[in-house]
Design a protein around this ligand. Structure first.
Ligand code: AGP
Length: 607
């Protein structure tokens, strides 16, 4: 996620901005910049890289001198990490802006502004909103902000300097968080509390479509129709570590709750007129419709996302998909070659085995598509085609929101491929795409029921081993549920295709052994229930995650978590959330270091 800061007061503004931005580094970023009023002129310094790189650049080229300005750390969404794409962005002669979030209709607005004769230097949606603000500015900043917000769609927070109103910072938000800090004779804007804790613990929460005006006389708040707003002054009682978790006990829990927003940021910019549009990723119907085989190669959770991709791509695009663990793929002299596609899925974009697998596939003549979260990472840089996920930085070692947006990308790609191959028509593609867009809201309803899952976790604490079972997409999901539990609770578990149990593994079932059954695929429901009954009849304690049209009888489920139903194809997205939360609460209840589990690293950059 990007980070916004702003300062009005008597201190050296550049120093305050850099210090405040350093407290937002946990959000992850790939470039940074500041804009400061220096003798009434807005001076902007920005660069790709870390804050240290920006500071070094300013030390060499001169640091803007002043006591009022704005700053930004960028987590690239539109446009690669680069000096030009870094914030702050200038709009015409009157405006400089920093932005966190997504302007969904930036392409349409950009076209209109270009038609009006405006030119752009960056690929960002932020520059579009800066230019729009400038075009709306006729001397009244509140009116210009209100007009602009009536024209843009999306979730965003903006810090704004109007060049002819020196020593004043304006801020406005819609969904993306923004706070306004107040100290002795000074005030701040920031994306998050940690940025201001060094200077003050007192702050206001800016509400949706509210404007803040910070000047040397203090802070005022207005509605979009310029009505003054009085607000409650809050006091941050968090320490720095808690503040970075925004009040959640662990980064993992925070990231599980960020999944709806992550899906929006990943999916919405890739949909045009109700259909997937991956052209910005180098993907067109023409260049994907003729692949002979598709290989999906990754590690761990990313490979599990590939398993979901396999089922979805084969089901609707009717192209053979081979999913492989990267460390196996690269040493089994794979049959991949010209005419094949390899999809490498990786949150970090630096996993050694996955990078090596991609290079091997490229040597064999295959086309490469990377699905990566970390901007500018090795895998991202070397792929022929690239779909960034926009989950923001994933701090917890156990991957949750990255997995969620990886499967969201699998759906987008599968829908695009199926349409390109004529396996589905536009109407069906629109239907599936609209179901995908419903996911954030569905997941929010499940997150609201997290206490039910905490109660289920209580029953697992003393288990020596568990089974996760399912069929079809539920089998792919049970793989991810099992890994989540193992890696943070340290309880052994195994995922097993439900139909395969009777061929040996069912001998493991003993009295009280927990079996978590994922039963969301209506087409396979009867078979899955039979398998659950087989386990229960042998003494298993059964926990069933199923659709809400099914109420398991007592001889099927000891515990049950029922999900709002959608098309079978899309059920993995809501269904994985209870599995993530069961793993999380089990680990918490066992007193484990949830965010940094023993023996694990966030990115495995060695073989
Ligand atoms: C999953 O919770 C783990 N963090 C691990 O399996 C991870 O998914 C795997 O190491 C792949 O990492 P990558 O996505 O960064 O390539």
């Amino acid at each position: 996620m990007c980070g916004i800061v702003g300062y009005v007061g008597k201190r050296d503004c550049a120093g305050v901005l850099i210090s405040a931005l350093s407290k937002l580094e946990y959000r992850g970023y790939d470039s940074a910049g500041i804009a400061v009023f220096e003798n009434g002129i807005v001076k902007t310094e920005k660069s790709k890289g870390r804050l240290a790189d920006l500071s070094a650049k300013m030390k060499k080229e001169g640091t803007p001198q002043g006591t009022v300005g704005i700053g930004h750390t960028r987590w690239a969404t539109h446009g690669e990490p680069s000096d030009t794409n870094s914030h702050p962005h200038r709009g015409g002669d009157h405006v400089t802006v920093v932005h966190n979030g997504i302007i969904e209709n930036y392409k349409e607005i950009k076209s209109e502004l270009i038609a009006q004769g405006r030119s752009f230097v960056s690929e960002t949606d932020t520059e579009v909103v800066a230019q729009l603000l400038d075009s709306n500015y006729k001397g009244d900043p509140l009116a210009a902000i209100a007009k602009t917000l009536s024209q843009v769609r999306g979730s965003f927070a903006l810090g704004i300097l109007f060049h002819d109103i020196p020593d004043t910072v304006y801020a406005v938000r819609r969904e993306s968080p923004l706070i306004v800090g107040v100290g002795e004779g000074e005030s701040f804007i920031a994306s998050d509390v940690p940025a201001i804790l060094k200077y003050t613990r007192q702050y206001y929460l800016l509400e949706h479509d509210e404007i803040a005006v910070l000047d040397q006389n203090g802070v005022k708040f207005f509605t979009l129709d310029a009505q003054p707003v009085s607000k409650e002054l809050l006091t941050a009682d968090w320490d720095m570590d808690a503040a970075e978790k925004q009040g959640y006990e662990h980064f993992m829990l925070k990231e599980i709750h960020e999944q709806p927003e992550a899906i929006k940021k990943t999916v919405i910019p890739r949909i045009e007129n109700g259909l997937p549009s991956l052209s910005e990723c180098g993907i067109t119907h023409e260049n994907i419709k003729d692949f002979r085989n598709i290989y999906i190669v990754a590690c761990g959770t990313a490979m599990h996302a590939g398993m979901v991709g396999k089922y979805v791509i084969e089901k609707i695009a009717r192209v053979p998909v081979i999913v492989d663990i990267a460390s196996e793929f690269r040493y089994r002299d794979p049959l991949i070659g010209k005419g094949d596609l390899i999809i490498i899925i990786s949150q970090s974009g630096e996993t050694a085995d996955s990078l090596a697998a991609m290079r091997l596939a490229k040597e064999r003549g295959a086309k490469t598509l990377a699905v990566v979260n970390a901007k500018g990472s090795s895998i991202a840089r070397e792929a022929d085609m690239l779909i960034y996920t926009h989950a923001g930085p994933e701090i917890a070692v156990a991957s949750t929101k990255a997995y969620m947006v990886q499967i969201a990308v699998m759906y987008l790609f599968a829908f695009e491929l199926a349409l390109a191959k004529g396996q589905i028509d536009e109407a069906e593609c629109r239907r599936l795409t609209s179901l995908l867009l419903e996911m954030p809201e569905r997941i929010d309803t499940i997150l609201a029921r997290k206490d039910e899952l905490k109660a289920i976790s209580q029953t697992l604490l003393d288990a020596e081993s568990l089974l996760y079972i399912g069929r079809g997409l539920d089998s792919a999901l049970s793989m991810e549920g099992s890994l989540k539990l193992k890696e943070i609770s340290y309880i052994h578990s195994e995922s097993y295709a439900a139909g395969e149990l009777k061929h040996g593994t069912i001998s493991l079932i003993h009295e009280g052994m927990p079996v978590i059954a994922v039963d969301t695929q209506k087409a396979l429901h009867e078979k899955t229930v039979s398998n659950i009954k087989e386990c229960k009849a042998r003494g298993a304690k059964t926990i069933v995650v199923c659709g809400d049209s099914y109420q398991p009888e007592s001889d099927v489920a000891d515990f049950c978590f029922r999900l709002p139903e959608t098309d079978d194809l899309l059920m993995p997205m809501p269904a994985v959330v209870p599995l993530q939360l069961i793993a999380y609460y089990t680990a918490v209840l066992r007193g484990n270091d949830v965010d940094k589990p023993r023996n694990l690293a966030k990115s495995v950059t060695v073989e």
